[in-house]
Design a protein around this ligand. Structure first.
Ligand code: COA
Length: 325
């Protein structure tokens, strides 16, 4: 017994900034950003919020699955950048959708968050606790971005993606996840309780940067290209699945060079590694479900295909799961 994804949805802000817009804020260029990251544009919230995007992505996923909100009994939202602390984002989504029978909670595992949400939902379904789950990754990273730091502001974007899981008799694949808090200093952001405006922060205040993302880009890059192939091999081995059986590797969309390096280390063709980060940048826990939704809407996924989901990011955290479409 396990859960199968039976619907997907996504929602990104309508406003977008391309690399030339970023070059007006910091000393960089379209060429540099494309070459080093693959990012061309990123969508940035205006009227939208983490909650509103999560609700819309969730609604679209339910429509896609043909499942009524009343039938959902678990909602998990993965986010590190919500506009609400209480009630949690998942409860706000419940209210928005009218999913009155659902148990709702948020989880925080940065860019590994959607994989952790998937694993949590599947474990509940497998244990027989719930029958139908809605899992969402929603982020407004623009609120945590230091728009004066060219080492980070070129990378991130906002958006949400969602998937509906229904209990069925598909095989249960055991996931593999890891955390290493002692290396957490590579990507940090302190909590801030008093920032209600969405305006850009006052960077003249000496401590202001601490409340925005700070990153050792090279450290994170090296971590990703080493750890992700390892965890993918681990999850395949654990479930006795061969690489040849995998149709797609849907990786967290952080940097095109990271995806290419992972494909190379696994000795797999890039065709198995769909990429959409040129349009959205790194949307943390939203990146995997947005990509999954695009593949689904484009009709590229076929029933029975095995797909690996793999996330990595702050914590440090990383993990991989096998899904059967
Ligand atoms: N535009 C122009 N030049 C830039 C720049 C920018 N946006 N950012 C950095 N540079 C400069 C640096 O100052 C440095 O100059 P120097 O050689 O004169 O000192 C040079 O470019 C190289 O910097 P470096 O940091 O080594 O670049 P890089 O090739 O490692 O690329 C990242 C930087 C951030 C794109 C890359 O490290 C990365 O993507 N890391 C992973 C980050 C990530 O994915 N985080 C989220 C994980 S969930």
């Amino acid at each position: 017994m396990t859960g199968r994804i039976c619907g997907t949805g996504s929602c990104v802000p309508s406003f977008a900034m391309d690399n030339n817009d970023i070059a007006k804020l910091v000393d960089t260029s379209d060429e540099w950003i494309r070459e080093r990251t693959g990012v061309v544009r990123r969508h940035i919230i205006r009227e939208e919020t983490t909650v509103s995007m999560a609700g819309e992505a969730g609604k679209r996923a339910l429509d896609n699955a043909g499942i009524s909100a009343e039938d959902v009994d678990l909602i998990i939202v993965s986010t590190i950048s919500s506009n609400v602390i209480l009630p949690c984002t998942a409860c706000e989504v419940q209210k928005e959708l009218g999913a009155d029978h659902a148990t709702c909670f948020d989880l925080s595992a940065a860019c590994t968050g959607f994989v952790v949400a998937y694993n949590t939902a599947v474990a509940y379904l497998n244990a027989g606790v719930y029958q139908t789950a809605l899992i969402i990754g929603s982020e407004s990273l623009s609120n945590l971005t230091n728009w004066k730091d060219r080492g980070t502001c070129i990378l991130f974007g906002d958006g949400a993606g969602a998937a509906v899981l229904k209990k069925d008799d598909t095989r249960y694949y055991l996931p593999v996840t890891h955390s290493n808090g002692s290396r957490g200093g590579a990507l940090t952001c302190k909590s801030r309780y008093d920032r209600s405006e969405l305006s850009l922060p006052d960077l003249t205040k000496p401590d202001e940067k601490e409340y925005l993302m700070q990153m050792d880009g090279r450290e994170v890059f090296m971590f990703a290209v080493k750890s992700v192939p390892q965890v993918i091999r681990e999850v395949l081995e654990k479930n006795d699945v061969a690489q040849e059986e995998i149709s797609y590797y849907i990786l967290h969309q952080a940097n095109k060079r990271i995806v290419e390096a992972i494909a190379k280390r696994l000795d797999e063709p890039m065709e198995k590694f769909p990429v959409n980060l040129e349009e959205y940048g790194n949307t943390s826990s939203a990146s995997i479900p947005i990509l999954l939704d695009e593949l689904n809407q484009e009709g590229k996924l076929e029933r029975g295909q095995k797909i690996v989901l793999a996330g990595f990011g702050a914590g440090l955290t990383w993990g991989a799961s096998i899904i059967e479409w």
